[in-house]
Design a protein around this ligand. Structure first.
Ligand SMILES: [Zn+2]
Length: 188
């Protein structure tokens, strides 16, 4: 499948609001191929030369509905720096991921969120949980995994899993007060 900025489903298309269905395991060849293509998109999109040559918008994640397939498949690559200034890369090819618990504490990205399916800017605090626990089958590790995510990774996972429900990031922005201060929230 050709995945680029022209073929990705935008929010002007009602399909982006469609709900995604769980996928059966073991993965069919078709589902596995799609998930690997989604992952490759994310990987290539952050390489400036490949992005330029292939019309890719940089991304940290993409879900299957964004290429028009309503299945619970998502690929995520998040780079982080830990407390000891060490770079860590979180890479996942997730099948049927589910949030099994989320913190009461909220978090949001100070600069707001973006999405491959959204071309206009939507400014404001996208308020999410600061920590989430996600269970999924991960094709990279080829097993069921539990992800205990905090900070940026937690935000990215919630953004991607929202796509399964047809929810977009700006649905979470308070229309009456987009930059509302949230008490006790972690600002990332
Ligand atoms: Zn998105």
């Amino acid at each position: 499948m050709l995945i680029n900025n022209d073929t990705i489903v935008k929010d002007s298309d009602p399909k982006i609001r469609q709900k995604s269905k769980p996928v059966s395991l073991p993965l069919s060849k078709e589902d596995e191929t799609l998930l690997r293509e989604l992952f490759q998109y994310v990987k290539d999109s952050t390489d400036p030369e490949l992005a330029e040559a292939n019309n890719l918008r940089p991304a940290v994640g993409i879900s299957a509905i964004q290429v028009g397939v309503p299945k619970q498949l998502t690929a995520v690559i998040v780079h982080e720096v830990d407390n000891e200034e060490k770079e860590i890369t979180h890479e996942y090819m997730l099948v049927n991921p589910k949030i099994v618990s989320s913190s009461v504490q909220k978090a949001y990205l100070n600069s707001g969120e973006g999405c491959l399916s959204v071309q206009e800017e939507h400014e404001g605090h996208v308020v999410r949980s600061a920590r989430v626990t996600v269970k999924a089958f991960d094709l990279i590790q080829n097993k069921e995994i539990t992800i205990r995510a905090r900070g940026y990774l937690a935000i990215v996972l919630q953004h991607e899993l929202d796509h399964f429900k047809g929810v977009l990031f700006y649905d979470h922005i308070n229309p009456n007060n987009p930059f509302e201060e949230i008490e006790g929230a972690l600002v990332i």
